[in-house]
Design a binder for this molecule. Sequence first.
Ligand code: TNX
Length: 711
Amino acid sequence: MPRYHIAGIMAGLLCTTAAIARTPEAAAPAFMPLPVEVEIAPGRVPVSPHMRVDTAGCADTRAQGASTRFLEALARRGDGDRQAAVALELRCGSDEGEEYRLTVSPAAIRVDAAGPLGVLRALATLRQAVDVEPSGLTLPRLQIADRPRFAWRGVTIDVARHFISITALKRQIDAMEAVKLNILHLHLSDDQGFRVESLRFPKLREIAANGEYYTQAEIRDLVAYAAARGIIIVPEFDVPGHSLALLTAYPEFASGPVPTGYLAGARVALDPSNLATYAFLDELFGEMAGLFPAPYFHVGGDEVGPAAFANSPRIADFMAREGIKDKAGLEAWFMRGVHAIVTRHGKIMIGWDEIAESEIADDIIVQAWRSSTTTGRAARQGNQVIVSAGYYLDLLEPAAFHYAADPLDPAAAGLTPEEGERARAHPLLGMLLTPGHIRQPGASLSPDAESRILGGEAALWTELVTEEMLDGRLWPRLASIAERLWSPAEVRDPHAMYQRLDGVMTNLRRDGLVDSSARARMIAAIAPGDTAAVAELVDLVVPVRNFAHRQPLRQLLAGQPITAQSLDQVADIATPDSLTARRFEADAQDFVTAGMGAADLKRRLSQWRDNHDRFAAAATGHPALAAAIPVSADIAALARAGLDAIEAAERGTPLSAERRQEIAALLDRQQQWEEASRSIVAVVTAKEQPPADLLIAITPGVRILVDAVSR
Ligand code: TNX
C-alpha cells in the first residue's frame, strides 16, 4: 500500500493562509505527479547552484545532463550557501526503468535509480522540492520512493493544423520532463500540411507544407533534445484519410479528384486499390522511419470520410475482384498493407482505434480516442492500447475533468448512452456517430486485458490553437494528466490537485513556459486602452467547451457560409481553468463552513464588480472585446450577489426574497450557458452559446455564498 504522509500535510496547509506558508516547515513542496511514497522530516538542508555533484555512480550522459539542468534551475531561484551546501550523489543501474529512491539528509542528497531515466525522474522531483529562504536555497529533509504506474505517459501535439516551431516544442519538452511525461507524439501530416522535409518526395515540402515544415536536421536535433530528457518522439503520418495536403502534392495516389474547401479532406483518401500507393508509402515511410529512432511508427487510420472511396469506378472494381464487402473492409485491406510496410522498416505500428474495428495483427498498438469502449475492445482483442479518450485538451475541459478519467476504467470517457441516442437522431452527428463513440457503463476488464493498457496520451488538436496559444492550451492541464498517468490510482482528489497546480505553474514558468507572457501579449494586441481591465476579465472566464467555439462548425450547422475564424478573441486568450476562480471557490467554502476570510473575499468581489466600467470603456469600439461586454456585466452582477451574501451572513439575516429571486435568475442563466457546451451533443443541439463564447468561472463560488444565506 502506498503511503502518503505528505498528502494530508499538504491538503491541510496549502488551503490556509500565507502566514503559515512563510514559516519554513510549512512550505510543503508542490509535487506533481505526487510520488508513491514521501516522508518529510523536520529540518532543511542547504543547497546551491555550486554544490558538488558526484556522478561517478551513474556515468550516463543523460544523467549528467540532467544534473547540469538541475543546477541551472537552482541558479534561476537564487544563490545558496556554497560552504554549507551538501553534495548530490547519483547512483544508477543500467536498465531503462524509471524507478528511483531519493534521500535528502544533512549528510547528502542521494539518488538511487534503476537506470539513468530514474535519475532524470528523481531530479524532476527534487526540483519541485526546492524552496527559497532568507538563508538561501534549501530542500526539506525527505525520503521518497517512486515509480510510474504506467510506462506510456504522453501527449499528442498536432503540428499540421497549426505549425509549431522547434523552439516551442523544446519548451514543451522541458516542461514534460518536469512532470515526468515520456512520450511526445507529433501529428505530422493532415489535410492542412505535411510537416517534415522529404528528400525523396520534394513536392511534400514545395506544395504540401506552405513553407511550414521541419528540415531533417531539425528533426534530428529535436529527437536528440527529447532523448536527453528521457522523452521518445513518436511520429505520426496519417493515412489513408486526413491526407489532403499529401494528395494535393501527389494526386496520383488519391482515391479520386482532389477537392478543395472546408472539410474537403473528408471526401478523398489514399487509393487502396492502387499498387503504386503502397510503393509510395514504402519509400516515404522508410525515409521517415530512418529519421525517428523510436521503435514506434504511427500511421493514423482515423476518420476516413464516408464518401472518400465512393466515387471511383476503379476502387469499386477492385472491391468486387477481391471480395471486399464495404468501406471498413477496404480500410482493413489498406491497413494490412501499411502494417507490412511499417514492420519491414523495423517499427511497431500504432493506429487510431478505428483500425481495431477489423481483425488486426497482435503486434499493433491501438490508440483509443473515441471512447473507453474502444480501449476495452482493443485490449480484449489482444492488442496493446494507449488511452487518449478522456484526455482531449482541445475540448477545453478543466483539469479536474481529465484528472477524473482513469485509463483502466472501461467506462470513463465517451458519449453517454443517452447522448448517443440524441446524436443518432441528429442529421449531421447521426452520420458521424459510431458505436465506438459511446461508453458502456458497467463495462469491465480482465486483469489480462488491463495488462495490455500501456498508459495514456493527452491530445491537443490545433484547429483553434496557434503557437502563441500553445503553452496555455497544454498547461496546467497536462500536468494533472501527467499525475493521473504516473501516480497511484488512489491519488485522485481534485481539490488537493488544484491546491498544488498554482505552485506547479510557478515552477514551470520559471523554467521556461510562456503561457502567461503570451496571454499578456495577446491581450495587449486587442486592448490598446486598459489592458489591466481586460486581463482581469480574462482571468475570471473560461472558453465554452466541446468545440462550441469552433465557428466554422457552427456556421455549417446553421447552414451559413463558412468563414475563417480569427484566433484573437477573448475565448482564445482565456484558459479552460481559472485558478483564480478555483481559489475563490475554495475560500468561499471556508467562509461558509468556518466563517474565515470575509474581508479578503469582499476585497476580491469589490474589485471584480468595479472592473466592469473599466472593461466596458476599454472594449468600446474594439470588436474582439465588445462581444464580451455582457459577460463583464454579469461578472459584476455575480460579484454584487457574492457581496450581498457575505454581508447578509455577517448580519445574520437571510437575503430578501426579492433579492434572492434576482440572484437565482442570474445564476440560472450561467447554468444554462454551462449546459450549452456540456458535451458535443449539447453543442450541436444548443440553440445558442453565451456572448463571446465565454463561461464565467466565479459562478460556483458565488453560488456557495448565496446558498449559505438562502436557507
Ligand atoms: C478527430 S482524434 C481527429 C482529429 C481532429 C479532432 C478534433 C483523431 C484521431 N482525429 O483529426 O483534430 O477530432 O477535431
